[in-house]
Design a protein around this ligand. Structure first.
Ligand SMILES: CC(C)(COP(=O)(O)OP(=O)(O)OC[C@H]1O[C@@H](n2cnc3c(N)ncnc32)[C@H](O)[C@@H]1OP(=O)(O)O)[C@@H](O)C(=O)NCCC(=O)NCCS
Length: 175
């Protein structure tokens, strides 16, 4: 596999001693089957960054980070044919805690289960708590996370800028 998952994880993650599950994860990606009705999920690479930046720009609810930073995290993309239609970036911050850094799907491909497939893979392969922040106005995203079992744990006033807004912190326990 050209884009080894081992090269995609952050040094922090590598330092947390996860080689076993990462190996299993890599096998799963190699077995990934392309189904014409479903976007295929695979590891993202430098060649995907332009498409990911375009999705990010079209997704007001998504975090607006420099996409090249995603190569240092666990970076997954959903592909329909040759088109990247969604992406997920997450990282482990401790042996039993991870955070979702960004997630977005091309508007035309929403409500087809793309984000669910991206996130379910992460939830399956890491045992512990997943945390994320979402804008208070991002009700669609909140409903999405709730549909997967995330629950609101707290709110952080003035967490976001441009525009200023409260963040809702959500948590999912994976075991
Ligand atoms: C949030 C987002 C990633 C969801 O992607 P998606 O591929 O459309 O989600 P899915 O199709 O996998 O949705 C799975 C379930 O989540 C829920 N859901 C998803 N989007 C929803 C919405 N806008 N409103 C209400 N429920 C929603 C539904 O229960 C849905 O199942 P259903 O379609 O069978 O009813 C997408 O809307 C997006 O890219 N938004 C902009 C970026 C963003 O806000 N990212 C979150 C950053 S924290």
């Amino acid at each position: 596999m050209e884009n080894s998952l081992y090269l995609r994880v952050s040094p922090r993650l590598g330092g947390l001693g996860f080689p076993e599950w990462l190996g299993e994860e890599e096998e799963q990606w190699e077995k990934c089957v392309h189904n014409h009705n479903m976007a295929a999920i695979r590891l993202g690479g430098a060649e995907d960054l332009e498409a990911v930046a375009a999705i990010q720009a079209r997704s007001p609810g998504a975090a607006k980070w420099d996409v090249s930073d995603y190569l240092e995290q666990v970076f997954l993309v959903a592909e329909d044919g040759n088109q990247v239609v969604g992406f997920l970036v997450w990282r482990a911050v401790a042996a039993d805690e991870a955070e979702i850094l960004n997630l977005a799907v091309v508007p035309e491909f929403r409500r087809r289960g793309v984000a669910r497939r991206l996130l379910e893979g992460a939830l399956r392969t890491f045992n512990g708590d997943f945390f994320l922040e979402v804008r208070e106005s991002g009700t669609g995203a909140q409903e999405f996370y709730k549909s997967l079992g995330f629950q609101e744990v707290t709110r952080r006033k003035g967490y976001y800028d441009l525009p200023p807004e409260t963040a809702i912190v959500m948590k999912f326990h994976s075991c």
